[in-house]
Design a protein around this ligand. Sequence first.
Ligand code: ZN
Length: 476
Amino acid sequence: MLKVYNTLTKTKEEFLPVEEGKASIYCCGVTPYNHPHIGNARPFVTWDVIRRHLARKGYEVRYIQNFTDVDDKIIQAAKQEKTEWSEIAGRYIKSYFESMDALNVRHADKYPRVSETIPDIVRMIETLVDKGYAYPLENGDVFYSVEKFSGYGKLSGRKLEDMQAGARVEVDGRKHHPMDFALWKSAKPGEPFWESPWGKGRPGWHIECSAMSLKYLGETFDFHGGGSDLIFPHHENEIAQSQACISDEKGFARYWLHNGFITIKDEKMSKSKNNFFTVKDILKEFPGEVVRFFILQTHYRSPLDFSEERLREAQAGLTRLENTRECIEELRKLPGEADTAKELSEKAKELMAAFDEAMDDDFNTALAISQMFALSKEINIYYQEVTAGGKAFDAKGFAAAAGAYHDMAEIIGIFEQETAGGNDDLADKLMALIIEIRQEARKEKNWAVADRIRDGLKEAGIILEDSKNGVRWKKA
Ligand SMILES: [Zn+2]
């Protein structure tokens, strides 16, 4: 049974899909005005694993993630560079995909952009005005009236009275309540604008996610995700807009999942604090899978402290798992009818069940990964017994354990690219050829050539190892 922690109810709940056999997800995407930093990447890696797990459980998953391509920060960046806002947005959307592809984040089913969703956004604002939840001003701005929505504050646990008392001296006297927020902003000179019933302007930030989720997932869907900094006001406002629009207090997203921050020395990583690392820069030092693995070794709701040391630890751990995969590849080539891997395959089945159980418990990737390490250890022992200990090989029993290992890797999303010491197909073929030539030289007692090959490879950082099953190579 899959259980998820729902921010809305502050409890772990059983997941019951809106539609049998299907899982629909909306996750707030990025504002493309800069390269994504590692804190931005966390929700997308998290949701990528969640999608993989849901698919493994048999759900047909639909995943929508937006790009806020019309925004003050983008307009600001365009002014600074004396270019178009669309050029800035286009550049950093491209950068987003480069970074996320490197982290093995599979693409969403749809990436709606604000600039392409204006008619839907305008229609939703019109509905809110018609129903009395929103009020236009003379200058063309349209505000949402938070007092009109009785459920305002239910996600973040805030009360409107407290918010009013806590609000600083209200500078915008045109608002009915200090917490009222803009649905539509009238056009300012030199800024992008679209036509609307209230004149030329552009949408406020929150309305896009309500309009996009409605357009692509319908009135009620399963999961809504994002970083915990989005709970208030962004997600609170999304609920107010959507539920007022669809007239259903229980409609809109059912399960609200929020990931914790990435911190640096216990301080939240953010652009405003200027203590951030872009994924792009980290990828110069570490393979993408290491970064992904680092993120997933902590449960998504916990804070995650970023440091080079922690990345190195993740790299060492991933290399250990990678070595086991190489042992598996080596043993898989062997024939073997013995019945020696029964215990191993039983153990693999148990660990796979524990892995699934951890994932079913609010997607506890940290615990799931520890099951994969346990299986890696079991496989390594069996490998040693066969290659060094002379134990007869059991191809069938071993294949079951190898299959479980492969399934775990697929959910975590590793072994999909070249990482610490992984060997690609071409390298394998070339190395097989070189090793064959060396073996022939040795057979002919041509020690000069054999030694030259071994020394040359060593200089290139490749070590040859003699084993019972022939010569194996690995990166030093
Ligand atoms: Zn959003």
